[in-house]
Ligand binder design. Structure first.
Ligand SMILES: Cc1ncc(COP(=O)(O)O)c(C=O)c1O
Length: 369
């Protein structure tokens, strides 16, 4: 038989066939282009609606003067400041281009093609994408009746091939929160050769009520990940980090590219760490706004469940139609079809003015269904 030799493109197509790129929330620019509107509101990516801490903006402007130089590849000053904040050795910190990169580095490092990575089916989609990219096998465990992680079922899914378990706390997109005691029980029951990522991207929104999970770092396989993208208001800087056992972190660090954090982001994050009052003040404001939104959705019979993140969940049989009509009105929301929740829209909490505009437009749209 005359078989054609595969080209580099044929090979690449086969190799990437199962990979699906992450689809982020639609950008304001894209919606304005599509609709011809002059302004729009984005409530789709759980960003900080209040902006960035002022000291971080100044530090980033100053950092622009030295961008002809490569950044500090080890992010020494930022790592030291984070180590001080969490009272851990700097060697226990892994910095990434967003916590997204930290998740990818950990999964790539610990899951080979024979490995299983366990996560909840309705949890941050990057766990599944990073697992596929690593050539490992994802095990998506059904969530419990309250949309939360079912830790009993996740534990039951652990096998000799399990290398990594990912838990988002609070969870995105369902907004559920696991008590630290439940996580501790889960950690204690796991085999010691499993790496557990507890992804705390939304930690600052529960920090007052939720005991400090850093205390559970006695577990040798635990890595807690955090980000500057949410409460710290620096989503565009792409800075996140993981804290874990120093040797485990050193292994994951081998996969990191040399200059993964740019100098402007490093400067912004370092300055933002010194702006705790700004962060706390804006978290309080946001939690007040989240209550307003949840009450408003509840009054309309549209609230799926309470969320512990900086977003709320709208449930309606015609959710996708609402999403489309809201975009025509200049409001970008996040459909959860990819999480098998076709009747749910995730709505990031905005400023008071943005939230009121959202509710006004929502009421108009509901009359058009
Ligand atoms: C649960 C969770 N983890 C991680 C991330 C990634 O955040 P970043 O890469 O901006 O730090 C997100 C982003 O929305 C998230 O929701």
């Amino acid at each position: 038989m005359n078989q054609k030799t595969p080209t580099w493109l044929d090979r690449a197509v086969i190799q990437t066939a199962s990979l699906h790129p992450y689809v982020p929330g639609k950008s304001l620019e894209q919606l304005l282009r599509e609709t011809g509107l002059s302004k729009a509101i984005k409530l789709a990516s759980n960003e900080n609606p209040y902006g960035s801490p002022p000291a971080a903006i100044i530090a980033m402007q100053q950092a622009c003067a030295t961008t002809h130089r490569y950044p500090d590849g080890d992010s020494t000053a930022l790592k030291k400041a984070l180590a001080k904040q969490h009272d851990v050795d700097p060697a226990r910190i892994l910095l990434g281009n967003g916590s997204n990169e930290v998740l990818e580095l950990l999964i790539r490092c610990f899951a080979d093609h024979k490995a299983q990575v366990i996560y909840s089916r309705r949890s941050f989609i990057v766990y599944a994408l990073a697992t596929l990219a690593a050539g490992a096998h994802g095990v998506a465990v059904e969530d419990d009746a309250d949309w939360g992680h079912d830790l009993v079922a996740m534990l039951a899914a652990v096998s000799q091939y399990t290398r990594v378990v990912c838990i988002a706390n609070p969870n995105n997109p369902t907004g559920t929160l696991l008590a630290n005691a439940s996580i501790q029980g889960f950690l204690d029951a796991l085999p010691r050769d499993v790496v557990v990522i507890v992804d705390e991207a939304y930690h600052e929104y529960v920090a007052e009520t939720h005991a400090n999970s850093i205390a559970y770092l006695y577990h040798p396989g635990l890595v807690i990940t955090r980000t500057f993208s949410k409460a710290y208001g620096l989503a565009g800087c792409r800075i996140g980090y993981g804290i874990g056992d120093a040797e485990l972190i050193a292994c994951a660090n081998r996969f990191r590219e040399p200059f993964n954090l740019n100098s402007i982001g490093q400067a912004g994050a370092l300055a933002a760490l010194g702006e705790q009052l700004w962060v706390k003040t804006h978290v309080v404001k946001l939690l007040f706004e989240r209550d307003v939104l949840e009450k408003a959705l509840q009054e309309r019979g549209l609230l799926l469940a309470h969320s512990d993140g900086n977003f709320v969940l709208l449930r309606h049989a015609n959710a996708m139609r609402i999403h489309a009509l809201m975009e025509q009105q200049g409001i970008i929301l996040r459909p959860l079809v990819s999480y098998s929740m076709p009747d749910v829209l995730r709505v990031s909490v905005g400023t008071s003015a943005e939230n009121h505009a959202f509710l006004r437009k929502l009421d108009q749209v509901l009359t058009q269904l």
